[in-house]
Write a protein that binds this ligand. Structure first.
Ligand code: ADP
Length: 246
């Protein structure tokens, strides 16, 4: 059994009086690829931000690599791509990457940067361009590249495929598959169930702040008697609303 790199126990979070996370308990094993799915507003971003201590939970506990998530050292082996990633407008792409790498305690290695740019089909010329000149998809790729260059053991990616065109989605998924082969742990949110079905081994389904399922994606489909993750998800939600209505 792999050790857990993320362990949440009974995490609650409310904004004003609105409960956003309710008793969320989940574990992410070292080397696993876990997709966090749920409707808009179900609490995915809040959960990921809570892991990083960017949002403080009201109760419950979170451990990263066996240490409290409040301890900055617990986050040393972690890189994060926020939802709606926007790099500081005044930086050039290269400066942004250098800055991120410095924060991650890594050297800027031109060869690695150029290789990743080629893999994700970004022209190396844009390294000297302002981040402001990038399209949404290019900006997203830059954010992903910063995470990949960190070479951390755990990547927490909030909607990593957001804003990418179909070709870029494929390239990013191929890159994520490399990480899987290298034993990197990835915990990512997505509302594209096809992406989760394709790249995740495990999944967590969050609905109105409550976890409805955690476990293997294949078992989720079996449990909800469906051929696709999409159908299983719909069956899961309709069972939940039936139970809630009873
Ligand atoms: P998701 O990522 O699944 O779309 P979020 O975690 O972004 O969901 O949001 C969950 C709920 O919390 C939503 O109703 C959202 O409006 C609310 N929320 C998120 N952040 C804040 C905030 N900073 N202040 C108040 N409400 C918030």
């Amino acid at each position: 059994m792999n050790d857990s790199v993320i362990k949440c126990h009974a995490v609650d979070k409310a904004y004003a009086n609105k409960a956003v996370l309710r008793e969320v308990s989940l574990e992410v094993a070292a080397g696993s690829f876990v997709g966090l799915v749920g409707m808009n507003g179900s609490g995915k971003t809040t959960l990921l931000k809570t892991l990083l201590d960017l949002t403080i939970c009201d109760s419950g506990s979170i451990q990263l690599f066996g240490r409290s998530h409040r301890d900055a050292a617990a986050r040393e082996q972690m890189a994060y791509l926020p939802d709606r990633f926007v790099p500081p407008a005044y930086l050039r792409c290269k400066d942004f990457l250098k800055y991120m790498l410095e924060l991650h305690g890594r050297e800027y290695n031109k060869e690695k940067v150029v290789r990743l740019f080629a893999e994700l089909e970004l022209e190396p010329e844009i390294l000297t361009a302002s981040v402001q000149s990038l399209s949404k998809g290019m900006t997203q790729k830059l954010g992903l590249i910063a995470c990949l260059l960190s070479e951390k053991q755990l990547l927490v990616l909030d909607e990593p495929m957001s804003g990418l065109d179909p070709r870029a989605r494929v390239l990013v998924k191929q890159r994520l598959a490399h990480l899987k082969a290298q034993g990197v742990t990835v915990f990512f949110s997505s509302h594209a169930l096809a992406d989760v079905e394709e790249i995740a081994d495990d999944m967590a389904v969050l609905h109105h702040g409550k976890l409805l399922y955690t476990g293997r994606t294949g078992e989720f489909m079996q449990q909800y008697k469906a051929e696709t993750l999409e159908q299983a998800y719909m069956n899961c939600l309709s069972q939940t609303s039936t139970i809630t209505a009873l």
